[in-house]
Design a binder for this molecule. Structure first.
Ligand code: PAF
Length: 280
């Protein structure tokens, strides 16, 4: 069946109701477009596990705390549609801002304590905006499963918490980070990197990968310092933060216990902000 492109909530609701009457399971892959191999892995998994797959492609304005970031966010809808079709998804849902926000969304979510650290602390309002759009999409699509990448690990935990709070019936499925051959975590923002920054960016994952011996031998603070030093040694990159946190709660980790520590970094690469994480 050819993939269908839909841009209104009403039409998507109608199409999904017909599938549900036939007992079809539904998977949702929420994206902001500019799709890459990381998204492709989510879509492939959704296609494997569900009869019907909706990929949403919507640059959500309420989660951008920086207007120039929103303006410059890459938009490649026609190319996205070809990939989504090739991967076998059923619907590409690409609504307008007016369609998703006919009136301002004033809902405030209680995402504490997960939104008080790292991205939440540095990007005020960001996760509330994510919760607004993801809750709208989950309530619209009512998927059996919704798929999120672990590159945005904090987002994944926050979405899981929100789903529990709202009592939504969907299962939230986290999928591993997909990396370029040189280790750079796939991200739509990689498209915006200058050639110099693109060349430097693999130092981020290299620093994370190489930190384990320091972490085991000298502990958390030494490992964080080494990660920051290794990244900052590349002139095109500037570390914004390095945190070591518990993978379940995101509480800061001070002593290393294998399997219970995850490093999170945000790095400025020219005008582009990159994040990555690594579990030890
Ligand atoms: O991870 C993203 O691309 C976005 O934050 C999401 C989940 C699609 C919500 O806009």
């Amino acid at each position: 069946m050819p993939m269908q492109r839909i841009d209104t909530q009403d039409e998507l609701r109608r199409m999904l109701a017909a599938h549900r009457e036939l007992g079809h399971s539904v998977g949702l892959v929420p994206t902001m477009g500019a799709l890459h191999a990381g998204h492709a892995s989510l879509i492939r998994r959704a296609v494997e596990e569900n009869a019907v797959v909706v990929v949403s492609d919507f640059v959500n304005p309420t989660q951008f705390n920086n207007p120039s970031d929103l303006r410059n966010y890459p938009r490649t809808l026609d190319q996205d549609a070809r990939l989504v079709e090739m991967l076998g998804a059923t619907f590409l849902f690409a609504p307008s801002v007016q369609e998703m926000y006919p009136a301002p969304d004033t809902r405030v979510f209680n995402l504490a304590p997960l939104d008080t650290v790292m991205e939440g602390a540095r990007r005020p309002g960001h996760f509330n905006g994510v919760a607004q759009i993801v809750s709208k999409l989950l309530e619209l699509v009512l998927p059996d499963r919704a798929y999120f990448g672990e590159k945005d690990y904090q987002q994944l935990l926050i979405v899981k918490q929100m789903v529990r709070q709202l009592g939504l019936p969907s299962q939230i499925v986290g999928c591993p980070i997909v990396r370029e051959a040189d280790g750079l975590a796939m991200s739509s923002r990689n498209l915006l990197l200058s050639p110099e920054c693109r060349k430097a960016a693999p130092s981020i994952s290299a620093a994370l990968r190489n930190a384990l011996p320091t972490l085991s031998a000298q502990g958390v603070d030494a490992a964080k310092q080494k990660i920051a030093n290794d990244i900052n040694a590349t002139t095109a990159l500037r570390v914004e933060y390095v945190e070591m946190a518990d993978p379940e709660t995101l509480a800061p980790v001070h002593e290393y216990a294998p399997g219970h520590a995850m490093a999170f970094v945000a790095v400025q690469a020219g005008s582009v902000r990159l994040i990555d994480n690594w579990k030890y």
